[in-house]
Write a protein that binds this ligand. Structure first.
Ligand code: ADA
Length: 558
């Protein structure tokens, strides 16, 4: 299932999830034969035979196409890169596990055809974002996959920018249409949403993408808020010479995000986000999280009284974002990069790869009302001459979306050079874990250095805080790694951060325990896991879960 609602009534879309032929290979070239099968979506490390496999692996699926036409292959996530073949011919390549991509194969005849994908999860100089890290890079086709039959003109995506003015809702809508033929065409788009309809026409240039725009006004619509998350379908139908040839439905909410002093506002109301950082990882499925687990994760998050999630450190599966839209969970979504240093960000390939994921995140997740903050470059060198232009470039990109604030999670604190670029200053701090200072003292210190830097007027998010706690390890002395100590840190931290008047959000590190890469990380990560989860990798709650639940629930009642 691509989304939690139906995306097409006209376009034929077929889901390719199921069993595919599978074969490990030496390079991105196709194998002579396939000797195994693999579930799609899944991570191959979850098959005991491939548990330590790093490298290339080929997948094959034969499809039976019902009618002549153009085929669009849609991959919601291949980790960490995928080379795509159609009938043995290389037709596309995509780097980065966490954003969708598509490949169009024109003029395919009715009948049997073969789709093959060579996924690659090995670390090399060709991969600047997937590197040995404090979370695992799995291999495989890890999110759902589809093929579609499309006409020469089709709708790639839409953007819905809600506007609230003098008590009335309206929206700027932008529809992006692709034309894969050599002929420019005049077409019409009918846009329907919340009882309103607009029809726009325009010339669509040959072999390219053209944007058509409309302004819509609405009567009697209900805004989206975290307490009452009203959603509306945005239907776009593309017509050529009077015939409806393609369509795309997305889902939107009427809400505007702003900043007022130390607060992020939603529809003018100041908000305080109390939430968790969540990696897409699970003990039995790796990063290929099924909808059922997304759903039960949200249930746990709600049970704790949390109202927010940070999708550290990459764009999430859209079905999870759909759930957040439906349940009224505020989301900080960020592009993919964590803990890179000057050397890591110097290769030109880094800029290419990190800008690409930023671009794809902004384009494909724009319409989610739950996303209220864009983020980038977690704990990268925001205190160096090499880092500064990298931050500038990414903030220029994030600020092309004028409808949301942007931030990054800094661990440079008073040494940071980039706080002038952000709408919200965000800090990852670990008092009582990586240092002895108390959380309350850390907040006093933060206020002082923000004032000195002249940015104290901005809102602050504590984007990470937490402590390691190994599930079921108890100790009367509350030693580090015990559940008792983790719960104690949570108690002291949550209180201190929520007491600071300049804080508009706090995100606990982290929701669940996560596997770390075997390279570099296991030595200070017992069980080869980052154990700072409130629940373990199978979602069994630790003591800190209940402490958080008590404090978040009390806060929610204030
Ligand atoms: C950092 C980082 C996280 C995680 C955390 C920790 O702040 O952003 O990805 O590594 O530290 O557990 O130390």
């Amino acid at each position: 299932m691509e989304r939690l609602f139906n995306t097409h009534n006209i376009r034929n879309q077929y889901c390719l999830d199921g069993m595919w032929d599978f074969q490990t290979v030496e390079s991105e070239s196709l194998p002579a034969e396939y000797t195994d099968t693999m579930a799609v979506p899944s991570c191959w490390e979850m098959d005991i035979k491939y548990v330590r496999y790093k490298g290339y692996a080929a997948y094959r699926k034969v499809i039976n196409v019902e009618k002549d036409g153009n085929i669009r292959l849609l991959f919601k996530g291949v980790s960490h890169s995928g080379t795509v073949y159609f009938d043995g011919k290389r037709v596309g390549f995509h780097y980065n596990a966490f954003t969708p991509f598509s490949v169009v194969v024109p003029n395919v005849a009715k009948g049997e055809h073969t789709i093959e994908v060579v996924a690659d999860n090995h670390f090399s100089e060709k991969s600047t974002l997937h590197i040995p890290n404090d979370y695992f890079t799995y291999g495989g086709i890890t999110r759902p996959t589809f093929y579609e039959i499309i006409s020469d003109l089709y709708i790639e995506r839409s953007e819905f920018e809600p506007i609230f003015d003098k008590g009335n809702w309206s929206a700027n809508v932008r529809v992006f249409i692709r034309n894969i033929s050599d002929k420019k065409e005049n077409c019409q788009i009918t846009i329907s949403c919340a009882g309103s309809q607009e029809i726009v026409s325009g010339e669509i240039s040959a072999n390219g993408e053209t944007m058509l725009t409309a302004t819509m006004t609405f009567n009697d619509v209900k805004p989206w808020s975290n307490k009452d998350p009203n959603l509306y379908l945005l239907d776009c139908v593309l017509s050529l010479n009077g015939e409806d040839i393609d369509d795309l439905t997305d889902r939107v909410g009427m809400r505007v995000v702003g900043i007022d002093g130390h607060r992020v506002t939603v529809n003018g109301e100041p908000i305080i986000m109390i939430g968790v950082n969540r990696h897409e990882d699970h003990g039995t499925t790796g990063c290929a999280i099924p909808l059922q687990v997304m759903y039960s994760d949200i249930a746990l998050i709600e049970d704790m009284g949390a109202n927010a999630v940070r999708t550290c450190h990459y764009p999430n599966d859209e079905r999870f974002l759909d759930l957040c839209d439906e349940r009224g969970i505020f989301v900080w979504e960020e592009h993919h990069s964590r803990g890179l240093d000057d050397v890591d960000i110097t290769p030109p390939l880094f800029m290419e790869q990190s800008q690409q994921v930023t671009y794809e995140m902004l384009n494909y997740h724009y319409n989610h009302p739950s996303i209220v903050v864009w983020g980038c470059l977690n704990e990268c060198p925001s205190d160096s001459e090499i880092g500064r232009p990298v931050y500038e470039k990414h903030f220029e990109m994030l600020h092309t979306d004028k409808s949301r604030p942007a931030s990054f999670a800094s661990n440079r604190l008073e040494k940071d050079w980039c706080l002038d670029l952000v709408d919200i200053c965000s800090f990852n701090i670990y008092p009582l874990w990586y240092g002895d200072e108390s959380p309350a003292d850390r907040m006093t210190h933060m206020k002082e250095f923000l004032t000195k830097k002249g940015v104290f007027h901005k809102p602050v998010i504590i984007s990470e805080f937490g402590a390691g706690g190994i599930y079921n390890f108890h100790d009367v002395m509350n030693v580090k790694w015990s559940e008792e100590y983790q719960a104690e840190v949570m108690e002291k931290s949550i209180k201190a951060y929520l007491d600071a008047e300049f804080v508009t959000g706090i995100f606990i590190w982290q929701f669940c325990d996560t596997r770390v890469t075997q390279e570099k990380w296991p030595m200070n990560r017992p069980n080869s896991r980052n154990n700072k989860g409130l629940v373990d990798e199978y979602r069994r709650p630790k003591m800190a879960y209940y402490t958080t639940k008590k404090l978040f629930t009390e806060f929610g009642k204030r």
